[in-house]
Design a protein around this ligand. Structure first.
Ligand code: FAD
Ligand code: SIN
Length: 536
């Protein structure tokens, strides 16, 4: 089948949905997502979204300022954030938060009934690692689920938006598909839409669009232990790589320090950093605090430092988990403020009001991605990217907690404003001469084990050799192993009918290759990239 729209959106997380709502008054919008509409990292976000809402006041609740949030972001980013992007994003935050509230998203407020505090009725703010102030808006400990609910309901109400589930975008369409040779040096590469596998019918459809947005989320599943859902397989990044677009900063994979240690469970369940913000502390297996050996900010140091400290303690002791002790927070606050975590831990026999929580780090967030400008446009014309798949320059070497949801809404807005201007140009038509996908001569691969086993191998290689602590030798070894996996998988791809599983595996391999390549090229220890062979 062939479809034509003004705005094509790949992804239905916070980035894709908020962009779609903005462009919808200006044309026909189609959102594709590869599973259920609400399945993505957004729905699992716990801690919240960082913003300074009262930057002009100067007391109490209002002791925060844009400058402090900017400074915290720059410090966490380890000196390599794009300062202008940081300033723009943080100053735009209050407007974007107001829009989320208008779409119907609820953030918790300080109770006003029987409360004489000046903060009564205001947003209840949390604090997380690397933040010098309480500035995280949240909805209990399931903020992402509330954002996803609010945005999806608004999207379903909009007559110009069609949302299609179980549609797997395979490749973006460029001049390459018109028979031209395209290399990364080809000037003026353009995007005409995507080819997508309809997972219900196994048909490959052609979606032509005047403007396309990639909002495909992260790539946590490159690693064997990750907090990200199974859909996070770096599809957008891999598609842009194949289309010869520009990617950046992929060596900066962020490992969250505290995922629940429950080895059989995938993805790993997150224990939000907001719990440390409320007073929980990290302890070793003997129940002793250890963060004083690593950073004066203790358990609330930025994530890269805390994850490395835990990794080191685990290696020294030979243990495969440590503890987060939240008992000091108090039973009432734990049960009311962290109901999801309380229930989850109880389900595996850990009562967080009485027991310490077993934790270990897990791959969590990709700071790098598709390189975009201030308007969210990639190096490929008419192709925008927003959310976790994009690299804006905000995070530098390490993302500050709760800046990701913020970046997603700010760049969805910027991309929408630019795309709306772009389609006012009457010369920008859909490219009808694009051919359909050619699947001739392919046979159905009946050996799923080839795919599932290769994926496991890849994830173990990345966890063991390209994880929290790296070395030249480990990176070389990972590269060599990956080469073999790459050749075997390309061979399978060239013979087989395309399936979602095979396509995801190819994408994971491409992302792993890019992470290793960029890690090898980075010759200093900065932010999340840490090698025992480098000095700084
Ligand atoms: P996602 O929400 O991941 O959505 C991706 C979408 O793309 C999905 O709809 C998927 O179906 C679609 N898609 C992907 N590939 C394809 C394809 N090939 N074809 C079609 N569709 C495709 N950040 C914060 O700021 N604060 C937090 O508190 C926070 N907590 C987190 C907790 C957890 C457990 C995790 C995993 C992350 C957390 N993060 C947090 C990070 C943040 O949630 C994500 O970075 C953010 O939600 C990403 O949003 P997104 O719209 O870019 O992508
Ligand atoms: C958390 O709640 O700890 C996750 C926050 C984030 O990833 O920004």
């Amino acid at each position: 089948m062939r479809y034509e729209v003004d705005f094509l959106v790949i992804g239905s997380g916070i980035a894709g949905l908020s962009y779609a709502l903005k462009v919808a008054p200006y044309g026909k919008v189609c959102i594709l997502c590869k599973g259920n509409a609400d399945e993505g990292s957004t729905r699992y976000a716990q801690g919240g979204i960082a913003a300074v809402l009262n930057a002009t006041s100067d007391a109490g609740y209002d002791s925060d300022s844009f400058d402090k949030h900017i400074q915290d972001t720059l410090v966490a980013g380890d000196g390599i954030c794009d300062r202008e992007v940081v300033e723009m994003t943080i100053r735009e935050a209050p407007d974007r938060i107001r829009e989320l509230v208008q779409y119907g998203v609820n953030f918790d407020r300080v109770p006003s009934v029987g409360n004489n505090s000046p903060d009564a009725g205001r947003f209840d703010l949390h604090r997380e690692g690397g933040h010098s102030e309480f500035r995280i808006l949240h909805h209990k400990d399931n903020t992402g689920a509330e954002i996803e609910r609010g945005l999806l309901e608004a999207v379903h109400r909009h007559p110009n938006i069609e949302l299609k589930e179980n549609q797997f975008a395979i490749d973006i369409i460029t001049q390459h598909h018109l028979g031209q040779r395209v290399t990364k040096h080809t000037p003026g590469i353009e995007c005409y839409g995507v080819y997508a596998l309809d997972c219900d019918t196994n048909r490959i459809d052609t979606y032509l669009a005047r403007v396309t947005l990639l909002a495909t989320g992260g790539m946590g599943n490159v690693y064997s232990t990750t907090t990200t859902p199974v859909i996070s397989t770096g599809d957008g990044v891999a598609m842009v790589h194949r289309a010869r677009g520009v990617l950046s900063d992929l060596e900066f994979m962020q490992f969250h320090p505290t995922s629940l240690y429950n080895p059989a469970e995938k993805p790993a369940f997150l224990i939000t950093e907001a719990m440390r913000g409320a007073g929980a502390v990290l302890k070793d297996r003997e129940g002793n605090e250890f963060m004083q050996k690593y950073d004066s900010r203790l358990s609330l140091a930025p994530r890269d430092i805390v994850a490395r400290a835990i990794d080191n303690e685990m290696k020294i002791s030979g243990k495969d988990y440590l503890y987060l002790d939240a008992r000091g927070i108090g039973k009432k606050q734990l049960i009311e403020g962290f109901p999801t975590i309380y229930a989850k831990c109880l389900s595996i026999g850990v009562d967080i009001t009485r027991d310490m929580i077993p934790i270990r780090p897990a791959a969590h967030y990709q700071c790098g991605g598709i390189k975009v400008d201030r308007n969210g446009e990639s190096s490929i014309r008419n192709l925008y990217a927003a959310g976790e798949c994009a690299c804006t320059g905000l995070h530098g070497g390490n993302r500050l907690a709760s800046n990701s949801l913020l970046e997603a809404v700010v760049y969805a807005h910027n991309a929408a404003m630019s795309a709306i201007e772009r389609i006012k140009d009457d010369g920008l038509k859909v490219k009808r001469e694009v051919p359909d996908w050619n699947a001739e001569g392919m046979v159905l691969n009946e050996e799923m084990v080839l795919i599932t086993q290769t994926k496991k191998e890849l994830q173990e290689i990345m966890w063991n050799y390209v994880g929290i602590v790296r070395s030249d030798l480990r990176l070389q070894r990972a590269f060599d192993r990956l080469n073999l996996i790459f050749r075997e998988t390309e061979d399978l791809y060239n013979r087989s009918v395309l399936t979602e599983e095979l396509s995801e595996l190819r994408n994971l391999i491409a992302c792993a290759y890019l992470i290793i390549k960029m890690a090898r090229a980075r010759r200093e220890n900065v932010g999340l990239h840490y090698s025992i062979d480098l000095v700084r």
